[in-house]
Design a protein around this ligand. Structure first.
Ligand SMILES: C[S@@+](CC[C@H](N)C(=O)[O-])C[C@H]1O[C@@H](n2cnc3c(N)ncnc32)[C@H](O)[C@@H]1O
Length: 445
């Protein structure tokens, strides 16, 4: 058993060509541990795009420490790699033979992982990440493209080798006890276009882990990488929330959101008459826009709304003035987290601003402190990961209406948050830091 030497042999095989990037040892070990830990008996284990064997080596190294008896079983068979690259297959066999101390052993073969079939207790894969659509699209033979789309709904939803492979890996994993570990672009966790790929896997298995590996997990790859582990049981087609987000949400969901009528999208909607109605100066009613709002701070209205009769064919939506007066807090709409200020002195505002009308049994300063807190920024990010993906992140009314908010049941903390929110409104970073700490405690984080 000589894993260091095996990894050296593996490293001598240099991946060549698009989508061929080998998994580093630490990531391979982490994947092996998360997939294999729950198992007592040696599983049959497949990597259908094995390269020179990093993931299989990770499994052997983990088992050598934690389940040494498995190695005897694997020497006789049950450890399998497929790859279309003959040189990689050769390197894989050489590395595995050293790792298992079984000279001449043969584990990998040249085979197209998308066209093969079989059933395995565990499947591990870091498939080629190659998209045939979007910004980084590469060409593909139209016949092959149509064939993959017909065979793999995941590919039909988002044409890419990694979507077809992800689905194929799920099909190759035994249902009822089988386990699956995949290294994929992190975007697959929540981007709408990958919905079909998520469904193709979670129709058969349940997501157990979703781990963000960041942008530097693989040599030369800048796309953020994710590590996903699936086990028994059908799941849902919900986003594959990273573990820490899932834990955060599990702990804060005990707090109900504010009533839906606490928030409103009442801002002036200028329809097709923006140029006629809104100006930076001149006659008209003062009008705020999203940029007039900073955390706890409200600038003077930067625009005016002209009072005029719209010519025929032009339309706009302006709520009753009383509604604007009723808004006790205003929030920026173009933001990746809630950014809120007290609505004093009141003015009209555009639809780049969202309104909060307060809530029964709640103090306005309390709500302001909660909305501006780092804890709420984290909760918002975890609940609405897809909102971050866009170049212009949007805070939506539906987000605000879903946000859990602790109530008076938090006892004396409530009053302390009110005080800290007032101090933060007038003070600098120390006051904001104190507020953040108190809000974290209120949420039990
Ligand atoms: C990202 S590399 C990963 C290799 C290895 N599993 C690892 O983690 O280091 C992807 C591998 O998929 C192989 N590959 C590409 N298309 C394939 C196919 N249709 N069937 C099997 N292997 C394929 C490439 O040759 C490459 O070795």
């Amino acid at each position: 058993m000589n894993t260091d030497r095996a990894w050296e042999i593996h490293a001598q095989s240099v991946p060549q060509g698009a989508g061929r990037v080998y998994t580093p040892r630490d990531v391979a070990l982490r994947l092996a541990q998360l997939v294999l830990e729950p198992l007592a008996d040696a599983p049959t284990l497949l990597d259908p795009a094995c390269g020179s064997g990093a993931l299989l080596l990770g499994a052997i190294e983990w088992a050598a420490q934690e389940r040494p008896a498995w190695l005897d079983r694997w020497r006789e068979g049950g450890l399998i790699g497929w790859d279309v690259d003959a040189r990689a297959v050769e390197a894989c066999n050489a590395a595995l033979a050293v790792a298992l101390d079984a000279p001449g052993g043969s584990y990998a073969e040249v085979r197209d992982g998308l066209d093969a079939s079989g059933e395995f207790d565990c499947v591990l894969a870091n498939p080629p990440w190659i998209s045939y659509s979007g910004r980084h699209a590469r060409g593909i033979n139209p016949v092959r493209r149509a064939e993959l789309a017909a065979r793999f709904p995941a590919f039909a939803g988002w044409p890419a080798l990694h979507t077809a492979f992800a689905e194929q890996c799920a099909k190759l994993t035994r249902q009822g006890g089988g386990r699956l570990g995949l290294l994929l672009p992190m975007q697959m966790a929540d981007l709408a276009g990958y919905g079909a790929a998520r469904r193709a896997i979670t129709a058969r298995f349940t997501l157990e882990h979703s781990i963000e590996l960041g942008e530097r997990a693989f040599d030369g790859v800048t796309e953020p990488a994710g590590l996903f582990v699936f086990g028994a049981g059908e799941g849902t087609d919900r986003a594959w929330l990273p573990d820490e987000d899932a834990a955060l949400l599990a702990s804060v969901r005990r707090f109900p959101p504010l009533p839906p009528e606490s928030f409103g999208d009442i801002g002036v909607h200028t329809g097709n008459a923006g140029k006629l109605l809104v100006a930076r100066e001149g006659e008209g009613r003062p009008l705020r826009v999203g940029r007039d709002i900073e955390p706890f701070k409200l600038a003077e209205p930067s625009h005016v709304l002209r009072d005029l009769e719209l010519p025929e064919g032009k339309y706009a939506r302006i709520a009753d003035e009383a509604r604007y007066r009723e808004a006790v807090i205003v929030l920026r709409q173009t933001a990746s987290r809630p950014v809120a200020a007290k609505h004093e002195p009141w003015a009209l505002f555009r639809n780049s601003v969202l309104a909060c009308f307060g809530a029964p049994d709640h103090d306005t300063d309390y709500l302001l402190g909660i909305l501006n807190s780092d804890a709420v920024a984290r909760i918002h990010r975890a609940m609405f990961r897809d909102a971050r993906q866009r170049s212009f992140p949007q805070l939506k009314i539906s987000h605000l209406r879903a946000l859990p908010v602790p109530g008076r049941e938090i006892g004396e903390l409530y009053g302390r948050i009110v005080q800290a929110s007032r101090s933060a409104a007038g003070g600098g970073p120390p006051a904001a830091a104190e507020l953040n700490l108190l809000v974290e405690r209120a949420y039990g984080l």
